[in-house]
Design a protein around this ligand. Sequence first.
Ligand code: HEM
Length: 207
Amino acid sequence: MAVSGLVLLAYLVAHMLGNLKVFLGAGELNGYAAWLRTVGQPFLGYAWFLWLARLVLLAAVLVHAVAAYQLSRRDLAARPVGYRHRRRRASYATRTMRWGGVILALFVVWHILDLTTLTVNPRAEAGHPYQNIVASFSTWYGGGIYCLAMLALGLHVRHGFWSAAQTLGLNNPRRDRVLKFTANGLALLLTAGFLSVPIAVMTGVVR
Ligand code: HEM
């Protein structure tokens, strides 16, 4: 769970930074998307790097989901009888992680249909991600879905990073403050960076 989560986190940081090119204009963002398809050429063929990245991401998502399922099963098996008092079985953080994970998985499906396959995108112009992003975030549901998902992402990363540090044995009383600060900082940075795009479109700063 921890290692696949860190792979996904690294991707998210890179993706968020890449998305900020939207503020530099259509030429910059569309050029960046085109460049992503030519990385490694001529050693690699057209879009091979992109497909490699997709394979690594898919593997990380699958490992992450299977590990989450196994952890939930183990959690249930550890207390087959249930509490006598009507106390909630899972802590606030655990429940946030489970529901956050489900929301993010649904969001990624929507996101791929919206900006990769362009199936649900109102403009759907292949090779023009800038125009597709603006079209998507200009609808109330498009912008709304992204904003809600980004808040779920922030909570997920905040607790997930902290849990991963514990799983990997990185924490000790001296390092805890730094780790908590890093978890909060990363979550804030990702949420703000990703959120800035739909907000900029919805407020007309990017159009
Ligand atoms: C405002 C926020 C976001 C914007 C504007 C955005 C934009 C985009 C765009 C334009 C693409 C297509 C890139 C291309 O084909 O050249 C893309 C791909 C992708 N995005 Fe995002 N993204 C955002 C947030 C996220 C988040 C939060 C996640 C994950 C939780 C995510 C996961 C992905 C994945 C996995 C792909 C690759 C799909 C594929 O081409 O196979 N994105 N994004």
